[in-house]
Design a protein around this ligand. Sequence first.
Ligand code: 5AD
Ligand code: SF4
Length: 491
Amino acid sequence: MSIYINNENKENILKKITQIDVSAKTPTDETERQYYFMAKARKHVQALSEELGRTPTCCVTTFGCQMNARDSEKLVGILEVVGYEIVDTEKADFVIFNTCTVRDNANQRVYGRLGELKSLKKKNPAMKIALCGCMMQEPSVVEKIKTSYRFVDLIFGTHNIFKFAELLNATFEQKRVVIDIWKDTDQIVEDLPIERKYPFKSGTNIMFGCNNFCSYCIVPYVRGRERSRKPEDIVAEIKDLVADGVVEIMLLGQNVNSYGKNLETPMSFAELLQEIEKIEGLERIRFMTSHPKDLSDELIEVMAKSKKICKHLHLPLQSGSSRILKIMNRRYTKEQYLELAAKIRKAIPDIALTTDIIVGFPGETYEDVLETIDVIKQVKYDNAFTFIYSKRTGTPAAAMENQVPEYVVKKHFDMVLNTVQEISREQVKRYEGEIQDVLVEELNEHEEGFVTGRLSNNTLVHFKGEPGLIGKIVKVKLNKCQGFYYMGEQV
Ligand code: 5AD
Ligand code: SF4
């Protein structure tokens, strides 16, 4: 279980930390060990604070997926406990980039932003810069940073993020750059502090890693093998979150449908969902991501019956061509995917299906792209994230000889994107005029006096409302669909 920081328990956590004897031997229990280093780091931050004559600030910038967003909350939790003030600007005393490497443009963005940090550090030499996340699991990246970005103070990876307190402490005690990257781990360290971004909704990891090895994907190499958290830890954590005001939970894993297979007492994802459904006060359950090959009838049944599981399923297709799917190592055919989608729609008619599509996989032809377009038209997605294939060193696809020329990929990409937009515009609007529950998430960015929330099926809705509605579920009439969102009014 994670310890969520709120006003009440922040004091308890700080009390626990101030009682730790930092001159004693380092504890062997991993959780205790990390609290010990939080106590040590806190002393360094206090000294820095006296030197600066103000509280040192820190900024965590997240790239990539919701797993990373969740990891960043863990980093922020520790930074807060050791005494940093969390700020939104990178003009801070400590800046961490939590990186992503799923596609090359994610890497390029990190390098670009690192260049900007270099000039900030020139102005503030006491500034510390840390890099972590998936990109750091690639040895070539770490080499490049060591040689070309020598102003970086700390580099660590995805498997030892639980050691952040210890590594942060090392940056105060060691003059040289601190580098700690693990190849893999089977450890899941519980009970560390964590800061939540939203008071009313939260993600929670139910598993880590991925065993699928889709031939284009770097994730299994940088996130390691599949490890599931124990159901009792997950349920206890969600209960705790609900007691702290959370109404919506997002269960996170690279392939949630294979949850529980490696537990001492195996348990299916559908069974886990049923346990979570029982938690009183929890209103909405979401999850990400489902691999089509592992999606069971049991799960469809549980979703159809559930009052809390949201009417949304993200079901990555990647390609509609059975030939390409085979080379991608996805382990389903176009027909099997279509059959599955039809089965889900039949059991849960008002569900929104969304997907991921890759265009330009090695050897992909115009005919293959037409197959993908055919699936989009048949399944009628509410939304589809369309990506241009990116060659990831070390994956089987990167070594394939028939890489598709850029201009061809671009043409195919536009064809797919146009189809997605056309179909999803029609799909999203099917509830126009209806009244539905909306969880209000934030003030509208563009229009004063308006708030923004989400339907159960994940579609955004904007309507006139007070800030006090944030975190509440209210009835909204969906007056007008504007492409990908609704304008509505509270009823
Ligand atoms: N190139 C392009 N897209 C990729 N994805 C994963 N690896 C690659 C790659 N090498 C996409 C997949 C996945 C999503 C998270 O990112 O569509 O579902
Ligand atoms: Fe990558 Fe495939 Fe695992 Fe998803 S299921 S993380 S695409 S290897």
